[in-house]
Design a protein around this ligand. Structure first.
Ligand SMILES: Nc1ncnc2c1ncn2[C@@H]1O[C@H](COP(=O)(O)OP(=O)(O)OP(=O)(O)O)[C@@H](O)[C@H]1O
Ligand code: SF4
Ligand SMILES: [Mg+2]
Length: 415
């Protein structure tokens, strides 16, 4: 038995998502808007020469608009380098935005200075990706988890030590280990220490940047479950960043899909899984294995994206995905598609969205790159795309809420 297994004392999942008619659902969270982001940008300057003259900029985050409501979990997914961490650091104000606006509880916090941010730091906390580098190896976990109290000048009832021990217990660690150092803990346990530190000041919003990607698969589910339990118990609001959909699938109420510094689709989880509208979302989803024994012998319908993500220093014109999209037409190269609500709960930025009545660019000339992608995809995927698009578009116009056809089978650990 590993150290992690010994230490885990996750309470029973009282509010585990319910299977209803084959659909895994989580209660919707229609809370107040806690965080509102408008046109958010972060361009990192590229400087060269003796005079350090600016010769360009990395367009890491390039105009994001979204809201996070109290009590909900917003999952953010996208390939490496698409700007997820930068977005997380902007909304927690660890980075200064280049443009746009960030409002927290209706207050503009976009350019607040250190003293202006002090009260906000209690309410917004971040959990970092790497539990090995995010904990100071020279400090005991008592000091690490108790640091936020010192920084904020807060004296918890019963003293810092008692409160830290309580927090360690909450995240499933032994409170007796108060005086141990980070190297004495496994990766999963270290991430629990990071979570305890983030929870110390009872925050309203927790931004978790790839909280489990540095952990073994067997430990990932335990930490995801812990975050889910803590949300139920403490009424937390989460922004959870991940590079694929399998981690956010079980915990998110809504999911934002990012590509090269932009949100290309933002939708309620059920809608996104039932009928993704952006071709990029569809490609990401087809890469997530679905553990359904009935599909064991089914033909693979994976969409393989060609090429690498283009450079954020000079992103492609028009739709940034046009260099890899199998539906790209001329308009995609010249006109940037705005993020529009195509149906309640689903916003998409695409000229030819999937699963939508007028999605198919049938009479339009496909770009060369799209023709190549077509070859790569083969008949099956294209046919399937056209058929599901037509069928779902018809269904959606009749009825908004239909059960998801793929039943889920639980967390990774349980699979
Ligand atoms: N401090 C910085 N200075 C210059 N460029 C940066 C800086 N931080 C990030 N970038 C660049 O901004 C882009 C977005 O980076 P970011 O770390 O936000 O991506 P990410 O989606 O979190 O990727 P990953 O999944 O690999 O963590 C990348 O091209 C990255 O190189
Ligand atoms: S169809 Fe056009 S607009 Fe839509 S994702 Fe593809 S390239 Fe972008
Ligand atoms: Mg990152």
């Amino acid at each position: 038995m590993s150290d992690d297994e010994k230490a885990v004392t996750i309470p029973a999942q009282a509010d585990e998502p319910q299977l209803q008619g084959g659909t895994l659902t989580k209660d919707p969270a229609p809370g107040e808007v806690l965080l509102k982001v408008t046109g958010l940008q972060k361009h990192f300057p590229i400087k060269k020469g003796l005079l350090q003259r600016q010769v360009g900029a990395v367009h890491a985050v390039d105009g994001l608009d979204f809201e996070v409501r109290s009590g909900e979990t917003l999952g953010v997914v996208g390939e490496s380098g698409c700007g997820k961490s930068t977005m997380g650091r902007l909304i927690t104000r660890l980075l200064e935005p280049t443009g746009g606006k960030i409002e927290f509880e209706g207050k503009d916090i976009t350019h607040l200075g250190v003293s202006g941010m002090r009260p906000l730091r209690r309410n917004v906390q971040m959990i970092f990706q790497d539990p090995y580098s995010s904990l100071n190896p020279r400090h005991t976990i008592g000091t690490i988890v108790g640091a936020p109290f010192k920084l904020q000048g807060v004296e918890p009832e019963g003293g810092v030590k008692k409160e830290v021990q309580r927090l360690l217990e909450v995240v499933g660690l032994n409170p007796e280990h108060y005086n141990r150092y980070p190297h004495e803990f496994s990766g999963g346990q270290r991430q629990r220490i990071g979570i305890a530190r983030a929870l110390a000041l009872n925050p309203k919003l927790v931004v978790a940047d790839e909280p489990v990607s540095a952990l073994d698969v067997s430990i990932q589910a335990q930490v995801v479950n812990l975050l889910d339990d803590l949300q139920q118990e403490l009424g937390l609001t989460y922004v959870i960043i991940a590079h694929d959909l399998s981690v956010v699938r079980h915990v998110s109420d809504r999911i934002a899909v990012m590509y090269l510094g932009k949100i290309v689709e933002l939708a309620d989880r059920e809608l996104l899984y039932k009928a993704p509208m952006h071709p990029y979302t569809k490609a990401l989803m087809s890469a997530v294995p679905i553990p359904d024994p009935r599909r064991k012998n089914a033909k693979s319908d994976r969409i393989l994206l060609q090429g690498d993500v283009p450079s954020p220093i000079s992103p492609p014109s028009g739709c940034r995905f046009h260099t890899r999209c199998w539906k790209a037409t001329q308009i995609c190269t010249t006109t940037e598609p705005p993020l529009l609500q195509l149906q309640p709960g689903q916003q998409v930025a695409c000229h030819h969205p999937e699963n939508f009545a007028d999605q198919a660019p049938q009479d339009t000339v496909l770009l060369t790159v799209a023709k190549e992608a077509e070859k790569l995809l083969g008949e099956t995927a294209l046919q399937e795309s056209a058929e599901t698009s037509a069928a779902v578009a018809a269904t959606l116009s009749e009825e908004a809420a239909e059960p998801v056809s793929e039943p889920e089978t639980g967390t990774d650990e349980e699979k």
